[in-house]
Design a protein around this ligand. Structure first.
Ligand SMILES: [Zn+2]
Length: 252
């Protein structure tokens, strides 16, 4: 692209922060240009005309001055979608915040990643419509692992590639081991078949193809424990929004 250009783009408001006395910096996830920081002059003034366009998690069609590097400027909005259930529900809000934080951590700014934009867009619709936000966040966690440089083989034995024998996850091996190779890792996960099934599904499924999700509580606990361990040990990512979710869950 040119150093700067006025363009129409699809965007999702990732987060915003106050800047100077009356202004805000708003990070947009754009479909066309990747993640971009926008300088919104007068955003905190009463009656600001683009106030609705920069509310958290708004998705819309916008027009702005896009700069290759540095801050961008918003000129107008053409169509906005607000997600009422996400805005009103602390739990849905927390999971969407976490998913957008994950994407923000996994990719650098100014890199077009339309596939991930579409997935984030689907996640907004699905979580707003009542899909289990924890399961949706697992889809992002699992499918972002390669971007974080952590390749895991979920579908077959990492040694012999068999899929017909019972499989178990081995963190040390970086994926599944079949029964014949369980001896390689005495500390394998000892996961049940149901948890293995969901790991294989969630790590490969296209989000928008999920029609309904109902995962048992004990399976959810195992999935979460395993994915948390991988993120702690292998990715080394510690996000405030994730700690918030864990704290929130401990209230229940
Ligand atoms: Zn094997």
């Amino acid at each position: 692209m040119a150093v700067q250009t006025t363009a129409q783009f699809e965007g999702i408001v990732m987060f915003r922060k106050d800047y100077r006395e009356r202004d805000q910096l708003v990070k947009f996830f754009t479909r066309e240009f990747g993640k971009k920081m926008f300088y919104i002059r007068g955003a905190r003034k009463r009656g600001f005309k683009l106030a609705a366009a920069i509310l958290p998690f708004t998705r819309g069609t916008y027009v702005g001055l896009i700069r290759e590097k540095g801050l961008c400027y918003l000129n107008a909005e053409k169509k906005l979608t607000q997600f009422e259930q996400i805005n009103q529900d602390i739990e849905r809000n927390a999971y969407i915040t976490y998913i957008l934080n994950l994407i923000d951590s996994a990719f650098s700014d100014n890199q077009a990643i339309p596939v991930w934009f579409d997935m984030a867009s689907d996640a907004l619709d699905m979580i707003n419509n009542g899909f289990d936000p924890e399961i949706i966040s697992h889809v992002f966690e699992l499918q972002l692992l390669p971007t974080f440089g952590v390749q895991q083989e979920w579908q077959q034995c990492i040694v012999c590639h068999r899929t017909d024998l019972p499989l178990d996850y081995s963190e040390a091996s970086g994926g599944m081991l079949c029964q014949n190779h369980w001896h390689i890792d005495p500390r394998r996960s000892h996961l049940d078949r149901r948890t293995i099934f969901y790991l294989q599904r969630l790590s490969s499924v296209q989000l928008k193809n999920i029609r309904s999700i109902k995962v048992r509580t004990e399976t959810k606990l195992r999935l979460k424990a395993l994915i948390d361990t991988i993120y702690q040990d292998e990715v080394g990512l510690s996000l405030k929004s994730k700690h918030f979710i864990d704290t929130m869950n401990s209230w229940n």
